[in-house]
Write a protein that binds this ligand. Structure first.
Ligand SMILES: Cc1cc2nc3c(=O)[nH]c(=O)nc-3n(C[C@H](O)[C@H](O)[C@H](O)COP(=O)(O)O)c2cc1C
Length: 433
């Protein structure tokens, strides 16, 4: 994606990874973006503003109170915390210190960066970087959770050797990951910050390691989730579909993202907000779904197919609206759609295949003989798990499901929220049990 015409405000706070932001500035400039850098006082201890001014070609802002000689130089920016916010298409904080995350989460506005944060309305992307113990500290995790609840996007830090000599989670995410998340946010802007209530808290649960309030186990894994219904067009204004709301798939995508996975969500038409931090691919028909899955499937470590893909599609499509005046009644003949799940499992389960063998979770929606039919589907399609549910779960926020594993293990999950069911499904994926 070319970033020409996009204005990125890149904030640099006082961490050892501040030097990496210089390269980030260069990369964004190379892609055509107009980059403006805001630095905290501490950040200037690590890298000189001159570096950023040279790389960005723009003045670097650091102080709340700009002296009047600067007004004359760049008259359009007299109050940087307001004026820069108005120009901003994407606000990135990299590296973000524990301190600045704490200020953002608690509305403290005692310097330019923290005040700017309160006035910005564009998407916000935060890339934390700090010592692993600082990152695991419950206060830091609580602040991150709070900000995520306000639709603030995070690029999770990486694992590895830290500047302080320790090993753990806290390194600034790789620059190409920050770049690609930035491009996603610019090409497919999510809900603006602060537009919804905080996301539901994560409980500890029995399985899945819990770090600083987050369930782990999918860091760096690619999880492909399908969700929603499909629309099978009859003519330009009519289609056949089903009652799927997409809520289950969106809950799985959000939960996988919170556990550190790179999530690809392929979704049919729904009215749900796109979960923050996922790569979102919007489709309409079963054949769109098939095309996009086949493109993405090679990357996936885990595939969770919650979409209610239409089994049938009209045999003929009328490219003009079918007029009621010309017809007393019409017959729409349906033909079978390709079975996407069978197609991908036959490819992926093939021992000769060069593609990795992912964990595959299917969903079965039945009105009769739910468990028997689900078990047959599990075996026939060589799935690792199948989630059997009845039509009662369609559309609502809760569901009652049975999860059946490859080894024949069967878990009856009582009625609970789809968010909680998503966590249970991911626990099973992580433990493979
Ligand atoms: C050498 C050194 C390295 C530091 N690295 C980090 C870091 O990587 N992450 C962090 O959160 N704080 C780090 N700190 C502490 C911050 O600089 C300190 O909390 C400061 O108040 C942050 O201010 P700011 O958020 O306004 O930039 C470091 C401090 C020193 C002296």
């Amino acid at each position: 994606m070319n970033l020409k015409g996009k204005t990125i405000i890149l904030a640099v706070s006082g961490g050892i990874a501040a030097y990496k932001s210089a390269e980030l500035t260069r990369l964004f400039k190379k892609e055509g973006a107009d980059v403006w850098v805001v630095m905290t006082k501490s950040a200037k201890e690590f890298v000189s503003p001159l570096t950023f001014e040279t790389l960005s070609g723009n003045r670097v802002y650091s102080e709340m109170f700009v002296d009047s000689s600067i007004f004359n130089l760049q008259s359009s920016i007299s109050m940087p915390h307001i004026d820069l916010a108005k120009m901003c298409d994407l606000f990135i904080v990299a590296p973000a210190t524990a301190n600045i995350i704490g200020k953002f989460a608690n509305g403290i506005a005692d310097d330019l960066l923290s005040t700017f944060y309160l006035s910005v309305t564009s998407p916000v992307l935060i890339a934390p970087a700090m010592n692993n113990n600082m990152y695991a500290n419950p206060v830091v995790q609580e602040n991150i959770k709070k900000l995520k609840g306000f639709n603030i996007n995070f690029v999770e830090p990486g694992f590895g050797e830290l500047a302080c000599g320790d090993k753990g989670e806290g390194r600034l995410a790789e620059l190409d990951i920050i770049m690609s998340r930035a491009k996603e946010l610019l090409s497919n802007p999510p809900m603006p910050p602060f537009a919804t209530s905080p996301s539901p808290p994560l409980d500890g649960g029995e399985k899945g390691e819990v770090k600083g309030g987050r369930k782990m186990g999918l860091e760096g894994k690619t999880v492909l989730v399908t969700a929603g219904p499909t629309h099978e067009a009859i003519d330009p204004v009519r289609f056949i579909s089903n009652l799927s709301s997409g809520k289950m798939g969106y809950a799985v995508a959000s939960a996988a993202r919170r556990r550190g996975a790179n999530v690809i969500l392929i979704s049919g038409p729904t009215s749900l907000p796109v979960p923050s931090g996922v790569r979102f691919i919007s489709i309409k028909s079963a054949s769109d779904m098939r095309r996009e899955i086949l493109k993405e499937v090679k990357k996936a470590d885990v595939i969770i197919m919650t979409a209610a893909v239409s089994d049938f599609t009209p045999e003929n499509y009328s490219d003009k609206k079918i007029k009621k005046e010309a017809n007393e009644g019409i017959t729409v003949k349906l033909k079978k759609n390709p079975d996407i799940l069978s197609e991908i499992t036959s490819k992926l389960r093939n021992p000769q295949s060069a593609i990795r063998n992912p964990i595959i979770v299917g969903f079965a929606l039945e009105t009769d003989d739910i468990i028997k039919n689900a078990k047959e589907k599990l075996k026939e399609k060589e799935l690792d798990f199948i989630v059997a549910n009845s039509v009662n779960g369609f559309g609502g926020d809760q569901n009652k499901v049975t999860i059946i594993g490859r080894k024949g293990n069967l878990d009856d999950i009582p009625l609970m929220s789809k968010d909680a069911i998503a966590e249970i499904i991911l626990d099973k994926v992580v433990s493979k049990d």
